[in-house]
Design a protein around this ligand. Structure first.
Ligand code: PNW
Length: 511
């Protein structure tokens, strides 16, 4: 395409996408002073260099190398080579005007064999280089300690999250992270989306360690009715130990904050019936509150006790005390989509997705009985329902006493045509529409009093999308997987503009 034509296309799209943004009226931004705007990533999806400089194998390295696990047969061996190209990537963030970057540390890069081996100095050096490069450009590092990938050694030795032994290992690892990086890192996340990792690892078996019962999936070991709850309880207690460690040994001196990131789906009752409303509550309790309630309120949601009985591991008096005194400083919210929820206690549901006891007898899905919660996308689990952002943020605000929140992920995944033209590559108007409508909805929640402190787009770049491999692209920048070249998409320019318009100049001078 001729260059001027391309330019024209650009501007027409640009004005189209910005004209329906209500946020800019009177030039007052609803986003508070010092609001963080950035992008998110994770070690396994970005770094590559899977065996470089002393890194050990992670559970995801081993899993992706098994045939048939990943849609396009790919893996994260190279990913987007962030390990070597981080400087170029930090330049892209600077161009956006972002003031934060969320990334995760690879446990197996720092401790190739968990606490059963030595610290890998080259791993520490890499993260030091990345952190310093960010700070030099005024970008605040927002660090996830574990984003799904754990050293394979811990699976082999004691079955990972199924063993209480992992609590000691996680504490040992986090201590090394605080000690080495805590002078410069002021935002810590213990875990990314444990609710997704545990459901996929131990209920449906689609992710490592591929454990489930026959009626839930195709696994050679496991028990979908009990193991997810055991793994979750070990993870919740691991979070508590590490928060206690941070509070007692580091927080005063280093002055940072620590939280956890949950996958947060908004569950909308399928009908106005009392039964469906209760089902939507149960769906939330069995998905998100399952983790946040014990961490913030000291015990599992009541509905979980009632439905699961003895299959829900109970916390000892000691554990409860530990949970109460540790808690968290903020809740990280990864929000992409909403689902309908339908009751399966008082009415019959077909056996299958969501209707089991392990999900609180609440059928939950983006489409039920021909009703769709929003526009479908090229990802089977992602439907566009911007109102869900305001609703989930408000729900969390009310349930957890307006604990500070960060929207740690939000974004749209798309497919790419074979042999795409430059226009196919950069013209991602759907992504811009998605992001601007979700940010609008977030702004409404903030105006109504939600204590939200930051927002991160998933993701800076296209990357390894777990079992979808490289087929699904979430990037503000497109990655050519043959050359690893990054190309700026229209959404990157849009986000740059958005950040500039919503960074409150008055705050800058007073801070
Ligand atoms: C998150 N769902 O995963 C992860 O934190 C990222 O690593 C990932 O790349 C990103 O979102 C996009 O998928 C999710 O089924 C996995 O609702 C599943 C769901 C949502 C997010």
């Amino acid at each position: 395409m001729e260059f001027p034509l391309l330019l024209l296309l650009f501007f027409s799209l640009f004005f189209n996408a910005t004209s329906h943004m209500l946020l800019l009226k009177n030039n007052t931004s609803p986003f508070p002073c010092n609001f963080l705007f950035g992008t998110s990533s994770s070690s396994y999806q970005f770094e590559g260099a899977f065996l470089s400089d002393g890194k050990g194998l992670s559970n995801w390295d081993v899993f992706t190398h098994k045939p048939g696990t990943i849609m396009d047969g790919s893996n994260g061996d190279i990913a987007v080579d962030h390990y070597r190209r981080y400087q170029e990537d930090v330049d892209l963030m600077q161009f956006l005007g972002a003031n934060t970057y969320r990334f995760s540390l690879s446990w197996a890069r720092i401790l190739p064999k968990g606490k059963f081996g030595k610290v890998n100095k080259a791993g520490i050096d890499y993260y030091n280089r990345l952190i310093d490069a960010l700070l030099q450009r005024g970008i605040e590092p927002f660090v996830t300690i574990t984003h799904y990938d754990i050293p394979q050694e811990l699976e082999d030795r004691y079955k990972g999250w199924l063993s209480p032994k992992i609590q000691e290992d996680f504490k040992y690892y986090a201590d090394i992270c605080f000690k080495n990086f805590g002078d410069r890192v002021k935002y810590w996340v213990t875990f990314n989306e444990p609710n997704v990792a545990i459901v996929r690892g131990y209920r449906t078996g689609l992710w490592p360690p591929q454990r489930c019962s026959a009626s839930f999936g195709n696994c050679s070991h496991g028990d979908s009715e009990t193991e997810p709850f055991i793994a979750a309880s070990n993870l919740i207690l691991s979070h508590a130990s590490v928060v206690t460690l941070y509070r007692t040994k580091y927080q005063k001196k280093q002055g940072g904050r620590i939280g956890i990131v949950m996958n947060a789906i908004w569950f909308e009752p399928l009908s106005n019936s009392r039964e469906d409303k209760l089902a939507a509550e149960r769906a939330q309790s069995f998905f998100m509150n399952w983790f946040l309630d014990p961490i913030i309120l000291g015990n599992y949601p009541e509905e979980m006790h009632e439905i699961l009985g003895p299959d829900l591991p109970s916390f000892s008096r000691n554990d409860k005390q530990k949970l109460k005194t540790s808690g968290l400083d903020f809740i990280g919210v990864n929000h992409y989509t909403s689902y309908y929820a339908k009751d399966c206690i008082f009415s019959a549901c077909e056996p299958g997705k969501g209707s089991s006891r392990t999900e609180g007898f609440a059928l939950n899905s983006p489409q039920i009985n021909g009703f769709s919660i929003g526009q479908p996308t090229e990802l089977d689990w992602l439907y566009v329902h911007p109102e869900g952002m305001e609703k989930i943020v408000t729900y969390i605000k009310n349930r957890y006493n307006n604990t500070p929140m960060f929207i740690t992920e939000n974004g749209l995944g798309t497919l790419e045509k074979p042999n795409p033209t430059i226009e196919d590559i950069i013209n991602d108007v759907k992504r811009v529409e998605y992001l601007s409508s979700y940010l609008d909805s977030l702004a409404t929640a903030i105006r109504k009093g939600a204590n939200v402190r930051g927002y991160f787009v998933w993701s800076l770049l296209d990357n390894f999308e777990w079992t979808y491999g490289y087929t699904i692209r979430f990037g503000l920048h497109r990655v050519d997987y043959a050359t690893l070249n990054r190309t700026r998409r229209f959404s990157a320019l849009w986000y740059k503009q958005f950040i500039a318009q919503h960074t409150n100049k008055a705050c800058l001078s007073s801070s």
